[in-house]
Design a binder for this molecule. Structure first.
Ligand code: PGA
Length: 248
């Protein structure tokens, strides 16, 4: 099995920089024990401070603006994120899509991230699952739109995080069987666009992952990693999660 890529999305947590530093130290300590790569995704305001002396973990911005600069109050650019230590950018998270991340905007953000030399973690996922498979059309179209400007040469900078909106912030994730099917589908769409190379794009799962489900998902979900929200900001759950992943 491939080394897992673990994306820890803190969202708008914790409340203070002091708490963020404690959480980072704990993450760093535990991350050393697992074989995979850990990417911390803190609020932008903490990024610069946390990314100092960041041995063992990498950093991502939670969101970036598609323009290089200008009159965009409250936003951050790819270069700004990179200049304080981000190597990745989360793009099109469901919580951003619920605001103003349209497919078109996601496409521009992906292009901006790639131009800046960042790894683009592109979030896709349907809001609801219906009986007749319309959700597959939703996922296909989000994916195709998001990578529309990515050339084969730049495909190495793309990571796909599949996060069904109906499984985010819930009690349990979707089944490993459903994820396995989805991974195959995502790779199929990517291979239609990029040929064999499309098959090598990492596919991650996100949505209500904790220690036990993380191990199952890594073993049976046909994924190269996980995107974790709540369990990444709860010290006990974080410890349990990273400990569980040591066995992979
Ligand atoms: P959750 O969040 O793990 O709290 O469900 C996942 C996400 O939104 O990225």
């Amino acid at each position: 099995m491939q080394q897992p890529l673990l994306i820890l999305n803190w969202k708008m947590n914790p409340e203070t920089l002091k708490e963020a530093k404690v959480l980072k130290t704990e993450t760093q300590k535990q991350a050393k024990k697992i074989k995979g790569n850990v990417v911390l995704v803190p609020p932008a305001i903490f990024l610069s401070e946390l990314a100092k002396g960041a041995e063992g973990i990498a950093y991502a911005a939670q969101n970036i603006h598609e323009e290089v600069g200008g009159s965009h109050t409250g936003d951050i650019s790819t270069k700004q994120a990179k200049s304080v230590g981000a190597r990745y950018a989360l793009i099109g998270h469901a919580e951003r899509r619920a605001l103003d991340d349209t497919d078109e905007r996601v496409q521009k953000k992906v292009a901006a991230a790639i131009t800046a030399g960042l790894q683009a973690i592109i979030c896709i996922g349907e809001k609801v699952r219906d009986e007749n498979g319309t959700y597959l059309d939703v996922v296909r179209s989000q994916l195709r739109e998001a990578v529309a400007s990515v050339t084969k040469q730049k495909l190495k900078q793309v990571i796909i995080a599949y996060e069904p909106v109906w499984a985010i912030g819930k009690e349990k994730p979707m089944s490993t069987h459903e994820m396995h099917e989805m991974s195959i589908f995502i790779r199929k769409v990517l291979s239609e666009l990029y040929g064999k190379q499309g098959m090598s794009v990492p596919v991650l799962y996100g949505g209500s992952i904790e220690a036990d489900s993380a191990v199952h998902m890594m073993r049976e979900g046909d994924v190269q990693g996980l995107l974790v929200g709540r369990a990444s900001v709860d010290v006990e759950k974080l410890r349990a999660l990273l400990k569980a992943l040591q066995s992979i």
